[in-house]
Structures are given as structure tokens and as C-alpha cells.
Design a protein around this ligand. Structure first.
Ligand code: SAH
Ligand code: SF4
Length: 407
């Protein structure tokens, strides 16, 4: 059963800030764009560089959500910025904590321009020695993978770089991951012991269909003067948008995960329909050519375990063969059910047998423990407002989850 969040930790920042309409968001701008914004606010040319550094520090190192926190910026400039720009966090519509500690936030972003406000889900998964934030890149998805809940929600729109980054900022606010207000200015903030140590672009949407915004957001997340997440701790998962795979390595330089799920084109066409456009041979060629691959920097291949569909031992052997020559990790994901889904999760014994074949061939094949199922936060269960689960569906899902043998 979901429980509500313990707010007694003083480092946990307040949840709700009402977005101010009509102002330009500063979050998500690169340094050049921030400079432009400051010029617009009347900052003289000689001061622009210094002010950009100050802003960067406040926004990304200290996590300021209000101009008034920027102590070393004059009151007058703070006021001018507050008139034109916003650094407000999105509204937290719902915050759920699973019995296993997984947290899920439903965030509402105000309409920027003509569109309607949108809602997005972000999930935090604490584990021994690390904490992973699962970030969404789109509201809904244009693709229709047959086992994925998000795939049943049509694409509402791409998220902007601001909205992608805001998911990380909100999580760090809520987990107490930014330095306290009384940490001396300029003090080096340790990266060890952070609650959010890793991020994965594995929430709603296909990140490589929103390449420019995802790139901008991830480069800011990895920036050493701000959020400072190592690129090796950032993983982007794609269903196989082949033309953007090389660009991901060259222009973003983060770790890559591929949603493989089948080793034959015929089956993959059905499970991951983008395979009709970019079949397995093209996908694996792109993987082989991924910049910076080595045994220490492997591609993760995700494989969802669907009972009687792709979980035969022949499939396991096929998988090993297919990945020959690619520095790879294989991640077996027990299928997470959702209301109306037409698949079942493989039996636990079958998953183990499957893993065994892979292990014997020298690959690590961790089985991903389903996390946060009770709050619908597990892989492929995300599906935001715009289409909310009806009570009847929730009950059906609960029954499914409880009756499930994979946990
Ligand atoms: N669109 C991207 C990233 C988001 S999905 C992609 O497809 O890679 C993140 C992972 O969860 C993908 O590997 C996806 O195939 C998997 N997934 C989707 N639905 C699932 C479900 N119901 N159970 C388990 N894994 C699922
Ligand atoms: Fe979209 Fe990924 Fe779900 Fe496929 S698995 S429908 S690409 S979110």
C-alpha cells in the first residue's frame, strides 16, 4: 500500500510552488542563452559572464527555486529578473511512496504559450549504495510497443529541456539533495552520499524522438559546475531510433540502453513496432559503432520477460549470438502488468533458466527486481494524467499485482 511522505526532515523542501504565467523559464537555458536573457534584463556587457556563473551556481549547484535566495545578486537585479523570468518548480500534484521506498511524483507543468498544462511522472528508486531517478522525455509516446502502458497513451507533446531538468530538481528538493541554505557560498558540495546518484531516461516517451531537448537537459545535468552527474551515471534508453544513436554518443556522451525484447525481426516487429522501420541488423550495427564502447562502458540491452512469447531458451541462445562482439550487459525485466495488457510475466523459474543460459555465455544478466508496483511506478506502467486510471482499473491492477509470482 502506498504511504504518504514523511515531511519531518527539515532538509526536505516544500512541495508546491504555483507557476507564474507568461514569464520565460531560465531552467534549461545553456550559458549563451542565459547571457542573452541577462542582457535583456539590462545587465551590462562587462558583467554578463560573471552573472551567468552566479546564476548557474544558484540554479544548479544550490537548487534555488526563488530569486530571493540569490544572496550575492543585488536586490534590484533580482527584482528585474523576477519580473521577466521564472525559476519556479512545477507543481507536485501527487507524491507517492511505495512500501519498498520507491517514490513517484506526478508533476504539472504550466502551459508555455498556446498548449495546455501537461502532467508527467518521475520515479525515484533507492538501492543499496545508489539512488536512480527515472525521468520522462515526452508526455505519452508516438510508439506503440504492445507490452507498454505508456504506448497506449498517444503523444501529447515533447517535454522541453526545462521540464526534463525540473524532474531532477524536484527530486533533489524533495530528497534533501541540495546543500543547506547555510552551506558557505562557494563551498564544494560533495557528490558522494547523494540520494540521486544516477539518472535514467526510462520514463514516459522515446527520448531519441525529442533529441534536442533531451541533449540540452542532459548536458546541463552533467555540467561540472552545477548538477555534476557523471555521464557514466546517466543512461538513455531507446526503443531503437537508429539515426539518433550515433548522435547520442557523439553529442551527449551518456551510456546507452536498448529496449531489445526480441531476437527475431518477426517477433520484434510485433513487440516493438519501430523495428519495422529499423530492423535488428541496422540496430545492432548502430550499437557496434556506438562511440566510446569498451568493456568498462557497455551497452545495456533490456529484455522484458513475456510468458510464452520471448522467454524460450532458444531466445536466450539467440540473444547471446546476436550480441556477439558488442560490449554488453543484459537486463532481464519481469513484465509489469497493467490494466488491459495482453501479456503475462514469465514464471520465475523460466526467468532463472533464461538468465542461466546468458550467464554461462559470460554475460552478466541481472534480473531487474520490479520496484514500486503498488504505486504503478514500475517500468512501463507510467501513464500520466491526461488519461488517469479509473478506480475499477486500479482494483483490477492491484489484483493482478498481488497474484503475481515474480516478486
Ligand atoms: N521509450 C524508451 C524509454 C522508456 S521505457 C524505450 O522504450 O527504451 C523503459 C523500459 O521499460 C524499456 O526497456 C521498455 O521496453 C520497458 N517496459 C515498457 N513496458 C514495460 C512493462 N509493462 N514491463 C516491463 N518493462 C516495460
Ligand atoms: Fe514508447 Fe518506450 Fe513504451 Fe515503446 S517502450 S511505447 S518506445 S515508452
Amino acid at each position: 500500500m502506498p504511504i504518504s511522505l514523511d515531511l519531518s526532515d527539515p532538509r526536505t523542501r516544500p512541495a508546491v510552488t504555483k507557476p507564474k504565467a507568461g514569464k520565460t523559464p531560465l531552467i534549461g537555458l545553456d550559458r549563451a542563452e542565459l547571457g542573452e536573457a541577462l542582457r535583456e534584463a539590462g545587465v551590462g556587457e562587462k558583467q554578463v559572464r560573471m552573472r551567468v556563473s552566479q546564476l548557474w551556481h544558484w540554479l544548479y549547484l544550490r537548487g534555488a527555486g526563488d530569486f530571493s535566495q540569490m544572496r550575492n545578486v543585488s536586490k534590484e537585479l533580482r527584482a528585474r529578473m523576477a519580473e521577466r523570468f521564472t525559476i519556479d518548480r512545477p507543481q507536485i500534484v501527487e507524491e507517492q511512496v511505495s512500501s519498498d521506498g520507491t517514490r513517484k511524483w506526478l508533476l504539472r507543468f504550466p502551459s508555455r504559450g498556446a498548449g495546455k498544462p501537461v502532467e508527467v511522472e518521475t520515479v525515484y528508486i533507492p538501492e543499496e549504495g545508489r539512488g536512480t531517478l527515472c525521468i520522462s522525455s515526452q508526455v505519452g509516446c508516438t510508439l506503440t510497443c504492445s507490452f507498454c502502458h505508456t504506448g497506449t497513451q498517444r503523444l501529447v507533446r515533447n517535454l522541453t529541456a526545462e521540464e526534463i531538468l525540473a524532474q531532477l530538481l524536484v527530486a533533489r528538493d524533495r530528497l534533501g539533495d541540495f546543500p543547506d541554505a547555510d552551506t558557505p557560498q562557494g563551498a564544494i558540495v560533495p557528490t558522494a552520499g547523494r540520494k540521486v546518484s544516477n539518472i535514467v531516461m526510462m520514463g514516459m516517451g522515446e527520448p531519441l524522438y525529442n533529441f534536442d531537448h533531451v541533449k540540452k537537459a542532459l548536458l546541463i545535468a552533467a555540467d561540472g559546475d552545477g548538477l555534476s552527474l557523471s555521464k557514466r551515471r546517466i543512461t538513455l534508453s531507446t526503443s531503437g531510433v537508429v539515426p539518433n544513436i550515433a548522435r547520442t554518443g557523439e553529442e551527449i556522451g551518456v551510456m546507452l540502453a536498448i529496449s531489445l525484447h526480441a531476437v527475431r525481426d518477426e517477433l520484434r516487429n510485433e513487440l516493438v513496432p519501430i523495428n519495422k522501420q529499423y530492423p535488428l541488423s541496422d540496430l545492432l550495427d548502430a550499437c557496434r559503432a556506438y562511440p566510446g564502447l569498451s568493456n568498462a562502458r557497455r551497452i545495456t540491452f533490456e529484455y522484458v520477460m513475456l510468458k510464452g512469447v520471448n522467454d524460450g531458451l532458444d531466445d536466450a541462445r539467440g540473444l547471446v549470438k546476436l550480441l556477439q562482439g558488442i560490449p554488453a550487459k543484459i537486463n532481464l525485466i519481469p513484465f509489469n502488468p497493467w490494466p488491459g495488457s495482453r501479456y503475462e510475466c514469465s514464471d520465475w523459474e523460466q526467468i532463472e533458466r533464461f538468465a542461466e543460459v546468458i550467464n554461462r555465455s559470460g554475460y552478466a544478466s541481472p534480473i531487474r527486481t520490479p520496484r514500486g508496483r503498488d504505486i504503478l511506478a514500475a517500468c512501463g506502467q507510467l501513464k500520466s494524467e491526461s488519461e488517469r486510471l479509473k478506480l475499477r482499473e486500479r482494483l483490477a491492477l492491484e489484483a493482478m499485482v498481488t497474484g503475481h509470482g515474480a516478486e
